[in-house]
Design a protein around this ligand. Structure first.
Ligand code: FES
Ligand code: FES
Length: 147
C-alpha cells in the first residue's frame, strides 16, 4: 500500500509496493495520459512531476512516491489551456501525439525553472523520444511558451 497526492487529491494504492508509479496511475487511477513507451527509462513517454520535478513514472515505485505530490498531464492545467499546450498546437508540434504528454510534462518543469530557455537548455531538459520527429517544432513551441 502507498499513499500520495495525485493531481491535488489524496490517493491510496493497494498494490505491491514495487509497482511502478506508471501502472498505478494508469491502471488504478485511470490516468492514461501518462504513456507506456519503453518501460525502462529511455523514451520519456511516462514523464510526470513528483514534487515539481519531471521524473519517469516507469522508474519510480509507488513506495518511492509515498507521501509525495504527483502531477500528471491531466492535472497540469484544469482547463487544458496551459501556455505550453497552446504553444504545442500553435507550432504544430504534435503529430501522432503519443509522446506529447511526456514532452509537455518535461517542458513544463523546465519552464517553471527557466522561463526563457535557449535551444541547448531545451534539448538538455527534454530528452524524450518522438518517433514522428517533431523535434524542431517542439523547440519552437517551448520557446513560444516561454515568451
Ligand atoms: Fe518510461 Fe519510456 S515508458 S521512459
Ligand atoms: Fe508521434 Fe511524437 S508525435 S511520437
Amino acid at each position: 500500500m502507498s499513499r500520495m497526492t495525485v493531481n491535488g487529491r489524496p490517493v491510496e494504492y493497494l498494490m505491491d509496493e514495487d509497482t511502478p508509479l506508471l501502472w498505478a496511475l494508469r491502471d488504478a487511477s485511470n490516468l492514461t495520459g501518462t504513456k507506456y513507451g519503453c518501460g525502462n527509462g529511455d523514451c520519456g513517454a511516462c514523464m510526470v512531476h513528483v514534487d515539481g520535478v519531471a521524473l519517469r513514472a516507469c522508474l519510480i515505485t509507488i513506495a518511492e512516491a509515498e507521501g509525495r505530490f504527483v502531477t500528471t498531464i491531466e492535472g497540469l492545467s484544469r482547463d487544458r489551456s496551459h501556455p505550453l499546450q497552446q504553444a504545442m498546437v500553435a507550432e504544430q508540434a504534435i503529430q501522432c501525439g503519443f509522446c506529447t504528454p511526456g514532452i509537455v510534462m518535461a517542458a513544463a518543469a523546465l519552464l517553471a525553472d527557466n522561463p526563457a530557455p535557449d535551444e541547448a537548455a531545451i534539448k538538455a531538459a527534454i530528452p524524450n523520444i518522438c518517433r514522428c520527429g517533431v523535434y524542431p517544432r517542439l523547440i519552437r513551441a517551448v520557446e513560444r511558451a516561454g515568451r
